[in-house]
Design a protein around this ligand. Structure first.
Ligand code: ZN
Ligand code: ZN
Length: 404
């Protein structure tokens, strides 16, 4: 069997990995590259049989709905089935529908045709058996994939962590389903962010509850699909008897409705207290009791900030977007925040990473007893060699492959 990493060997994003046997060929993730330091366009994707030429691929598996794993789905030749988690599919359909409505981009019709994955249910593609297992990540309904073929066991972790809402269960999941691994293809995001302090989502939740207790008007800037963080703020709002407000009903509210419908966990139940959609009609209520407003750097949030300039503005996203020296620096987001603070917002950062800490990556290498480790989704894959892992660490370049 051959494993080829088309992209993502030296970047946090753009993930595309191929597994090929004598008779079958599958692709794991079809991600967009994150912005480049020089802001140049990504080179076009040319994978013969997958994105161009005559179809020569049996299936594409998407581990989760983040753009760096699914963003290039439209490049896949029609006729190749694309698999994603069932709830992730619904959420990503809403994302694509919104993109289409607002920016005339996106392709919700194509996403609606995706096949679905279910945790623990294997999918057989010719002589390859692929079994998805739920992982803890900042995207909801995210998976790692156990791939069995030619008598070998490959584990592709996707993006994962052990400090989110589902984190405590993760070591047992690896222990139960993913031991005796021949090749571990693992994300290594945090190996290039060694100084980032990592809170657990529950620590973040406790802090959120304190902040909502001590501040009347609270705005939170976070990703609309970071369900764990939104759930922590929702619980904090309930505990503090504050109205929980979102920007718009067709997007954020719809995503939370999908999560509620598809989860049995009380933590992900967003029907415990009414969620308000922002409008001027709420100003009386907001003025009286304060609020927790889940916003984004958009016009609606800006309007609400303008109406309540005396507020705490919690930035709950990766700090790199506000770092002028980083390739992913987001000028628009930064300008949005500068404008708010100039008008009176008190800014603070409260965020936790969607990615496994160095210690947790090491733990996974040990639990899975991986003979070979192939790092992906990492700016410094050579740092894997410093972990003291008892495995052969293979550092690939984009487009390189190994034979197992
Ligand atoms: Zn991700
Ligand atoms: Zn990612």
């Amino acid at each position: 069997m051959q494993i080829k990493v088309h992209r993502g060997t030296h970047q946090i994003g753009g993930c595309i990995t191929e597994i090929k046997t004598a008779v079958a060929r599958i692709i794991i993730d079809m991600g967009s590259e994150l912005p480049r330091a020089d802001k140049s366009e990504s080179p076009p994707l040319n994978i013969e049989g997958v994105t161009k030429g005559k179809q020569d691929c049996d299936a594409v598996f998407i581990t989760h709905y983040h753009g760096d794993h699914v963003g290039m789905f439209e490049a896949v030749l029609s006729g190749i089935p694309i698999y994603i988690g069932a709830t992730a599919k619904q959420i990503y359909t809403v994302v694509q529908r919104t993109l289409k409505r607002k920016l005339d981009k996106g392709n919700p019709e194509l996403v609606a045709g995706f096949e679905t994955l279910e945790a623990g249910k294997p999918i057989i593609i010719k002589n390859i058996k692929i079994t998805p297992y739920t992982v803890d990540h900042s995207a909801f309904d995210a998976y790692m994939l156990l791939i069995e073929a030619d008598g070998k066991r490959i584990l592709h972790t996707g993006d994962f962590r052990m400090h989110g809402a589902r984190g405590r269960k993760m070591p047992a999941v690896f222990e139960k389903y993913a031991k005796d691994i021949d090749v571990l293809i693992t994300e290594g995001t945090m190996l290039s962010r060694p100084n980032e302090k990592v809170l657990t989502e529950h620590e973040l939740g406790r802090k959120a509850a304190e902040l909502l207790r001590d501040n009347k008007n609270v705005f939170v800037l976070c990703s609309s699909t970071n369900i764990d963080t939104i759930a922590e703020f929702y619980s904090a709002a309930i505990a503090n008897k504050k109205p929980f407000i979102v920007c718009e009903s067709e997007f954020q509210l719809e995503i939370l409705r999908i999560v509620t419908e598809n989860s049995t966990s009380p933590f992900y139940n967003f029907s415990k207290q009414k969620i308000f959609t922002y409008g001027e009609n709420l100003h009386d209520l907001m003025g009286k009791v304060g609020f927790c407003f889940i916003g984004r750097a958009n016009y609606i949030t800006q309007k609400a900030l303008g109406a309540f300039p005396d507020n705490l503005l919690i930035y709950s996203m990766w700090s790199g977007y506000l770092d002028k020296t980083h390739a992913a620096f987001d000028e628009y987001k930064c300008g949005f925040i500068d404008k708010a603070t100039a008008a009176g917002s008190q800014l603070m950062q409260l965020h936790t990473s969607g990615h496994a800490t160095t210690e947790d990556i090491k733990k996974v290498c040990e639990i899975t007893q991986a003979k070979t480790v192939v790092p992906i989704h990492c700016e410094g894959p050579e740092n894997f060699r410093l972990l003291g892992i008892n495995a052969d660490i293979i550092l690939l370049q984009d487009g390189e492959s190994i034979t197992v």
